[in-house]
Write a protein that binds this ligand. Sequence first.
Ligand SMILES: [Zn+2]
Ligand SMILES: [Zn+2]
Length: 89
Amino acid sequence: MIKCEKCGVKITKKNFVNHKHKEYVFVDNEKKKVCSICEKEYTGYGNNANPMTKGRCCDSCNEFFVIPARQTEILRRIKQNEKKIRKFN
Ligand SMILES: [Zn+2]
Ligand SMILES: [Zn+2]
Protein backbone atom coordinates (compact mmCIF):
# COMPACT_ATOMS: atom_id res chain seq x y z
CA MET A 1 0.00 0.00 0.00
CA ILE A 2 1.21 3.51 -0.78
CA LYS A 3 0.38 6.20 1.74
CA CYS A 4 0.97 9.85 2.46
CA GLU A 5 2.64 10.34 5.82
CA LYS A 6 1.36 13.91 6.09
CA CYS A 7 -2.40 13.33 5.61
CA GLY A 8 -2.64 9.52 5.91
CA VAL A 9 -4.40 9.22 2.55
CA LYS A 10 -3.98 6.09 0.44
CA ILE A 11 -2.19 6.97 -2.77
CA THR A 12 -3.35 5.53 -6.06
CA LYS A 13 -2.24 6.18 -9.63
CA LYS A 14 -5.25 8.46 -9.97
CA ASN A 15 -4.73 10.74 -6.98
CA PHE A 16 -0.91 10.83 -6.91
CA VAL A 17 -0.60 13.43 -9.68
CA ASN A 18 -2.75 15.94 -7.83
CA HIS A 19 -1.54 15.11 -4.32
CA LYS A 20 -0.31 18.14 -2.41
CA HIS A 21 2.49 16.51 -0.44
CA LYS A 22 4.35 14.19 -2.78
CA GLU A 23 7.47 14.40 -0.58
CA TYR A 24 5.58 12.55 2.17
CA VAL A 25 4.42 9.66 0.01
CA PHE A 26 5.94 6.31 0.99
CA VAL A 27 5.33 2.62 0.44
CA ASP A 28 3.82 1.12 3.53
CA ASN A 29 4.93 -2.50 3.35
CA GLU A 30 5.26 -3.00 7.07
CA LYS A 31 4.64 -6.54 8.15
CA LYS A 32 1.58 -7.10 10.29
CA LYS A 33 2.48 -7.04 13.93
CA VAL A 34 0.87 -9.46 16.30
CA CYS A 35 0.50 -8.83 20.02
CA SER A 36 2.48 -11.39 22.02
CA ILE A 37 -0.21 -11.43 24.72
CA CYS A 38 -3.62 -11.49 22.99
CA GLU A 39 -2.27 -12.49 19.54
CA LYS A 40 -4.32 -9.82 17.80
CA GLU A 41 -2.83 -7.61 15.13
CA TYR A 42 -1.91 -4.13 16.17
CA THR A 43 -0.76 -1.02 14.38
CA GLY A 44 1.91 1.47 15.36
CA TYR A 45 4.98 0.83 17.45
CA GLY A 46 3.42 -1.43 20.05
CA ASN A 47 4.78 -1.70 23.56
CA ASN A 48 7.50 -3.62 25.30
CA ALA A 49 5.60 -6.47 26.98
CA ASN A 50 8.24 -7.07 29.65
CA PRO A 51 7.73 -8.58 32.29
CA MET A 52 4.62 -10.31 30.87
CA THR A 53 6.34 -11.72 27.76
CA LYS A 54 9.57 -11.10 25.91
CA GLY A 55 7.86 -9.73 22.82
CA ARG A 56 5.81 -6.67 22.05
CA CYS A 57 2.15 -6.09 22.72
CA CYS A 58 -0.79 -3.90 21.69
CA ASP A 59 -1.87 -0.78 23.55
CA SER A 60 -4.82 -2.40 25.34
CA CYS A 61 -2.75 -5.32 26.66
CA ASN A 62 -0.11 -2.84 27.74
CA GLU A 63 -2.68 -0.92 29.73
CA PHE A 64 -4.48 -3.94 31.24
CA PHE A 65 -1.62 -6.38 31.81
CA VAL A 66 1.85 -4.98 31.37
CA ILE A 67 1.58 -1.77 33.39
CA PRO A 68 -0.06 -3.52 36.42
CA ALA A 69 2.46 -6.37 36.09
CA ARG A 70 5.30 -3.87 36.22
CA GLN A 71 3.81 -2.23 39.27
CA THR A 72 3.56 -5.57 41.07
CA GLU A 73 7.11 -6.35 39.98
CA ILE A 74 8.30 -3.08 41.49
CA LEU A 75 6.40 -3.78 44.74
CA ARG A 76 7.92 -7.26 44.89
CA ARG A 77 11.41 -5.81 44.51
CA ILE A 78 10.78 -3.22 47.18
CA LYS A 79 9.61 -5.95 49.57
CA GLN A 80 12.70 -8.06 48.78
CA ASN A 81 14.91 -5.08 49.50
CA GLU A 82 13.07 -4.45 52.76
CA LYS A 83 13.81 -8.03 53.81
CA LYS A 84 17.50 -7.56 52.98
CA ILE A 85 17.60 -4.33 54.95
CA ARG A 86 15.95 -6.06 57.94
CA LYS A 87 18.60 -8.80 57.83
CA PHE A 88 21.33 -6.20 58.10
CA ASN A 89 19.66 -4.59 61.06
ZN1 LIG B 1 -0.89 14.08 1.81
ZN1 LIG C 1 -2.84 -7.46 22.95
